[in-house]
Design a protein around this ligand. Sequence first.
Ligand SMILES: [Zn+2]
Ligand SMILES: [Zn+2]
Length: 323
Amino acid sequence: MRAVVWNGELRFMADYPAPTIRPGWARIRVKTAGICRTDMELTKGYLGFSGVLGHEFVGTVDSCEDFRWVGKRVAGEINAACGQCAFCRSGLGRHCPDRVTLGIDRLDGCMADFCAVPISNLVEIPEEISDDRAVFIEPLSAACEILEQLSLNGSERVIVLGDGRLGILCAWVLSTVVADVTLVGRHPEKLELAAWNGIKTCHGGSGCGSGSDIVVEATGSAVGLAEAMALCRPRGVIVLKSTVALSAAVNLTPVVIHELTVVGSRCGRFQDGLTLLMQHPDMPLESLITDRFPLEAAPAAFEQAARHSSLKILLVVDRHSEK
Ligand SMILES: [Zn+2]
Ligand SMILES: [Zn+2]
């Protein structure tokens, strides 16, 4: 099959072996795959991954022992858990210590004609949701994870740092339950695009308010945490969404002095992302798609994704079946 492979260099391959079918798993014919910041990090050596990249996809079930799934249009949760351990038994498979992760950790990803995930990871995409919206379920679910972790009453003041795709999605998701959300970024054109559902935007770090109840750090940069600490009120909550660049030395004294709560936040439940998609058909997800490339042009697509003007870059895998 065709596949985009990382093994120290990023390559398109026309003859990569297709995933074999194993018990309890489904094989999916991929229609569209998204490029995400994590993919860019993997190509810099993050997690030492090698194999087929990609974890954001929409596709059609090609083969599966449960015939009810065959032919269904689906997205799939990215963590393949053991199903046996205490985390798995309590519904927290995304923290299973034995999990492998699609296109991220020891499991070939979705930038290919086919990928495979456990049947229990599949969510069916309803007819009314287009491929272009469905491909956002993974990052949207990651943003929804904040709602699962914090119990919000809607009256909080929230600041989201970072006007990249994840920051914008976090702001959009939070704005569905909280009235006072400010997105702070450094790109006027992205901030303009993010102003949905009453979200306020602010250019630059200082002068964007302080004393916020909740600050979501989604800048992907080392200065983001320091900025978040400066904007958070005493006893407030900082949510860390960036998986990168936290190795830089950060002075955590403000966490102690102001008794801040720091919450790490990663993947969410796809059902939450899907529910949000259904409830908010006006959420302008399509406006985040800045480019599309055929699968073969993945190296060029990755170069484009690295540019500051880019938000979401899609790889069109099966150009005959777009919906
Ligand atoms: Zn991602
Ligand atoms: Zn487990």
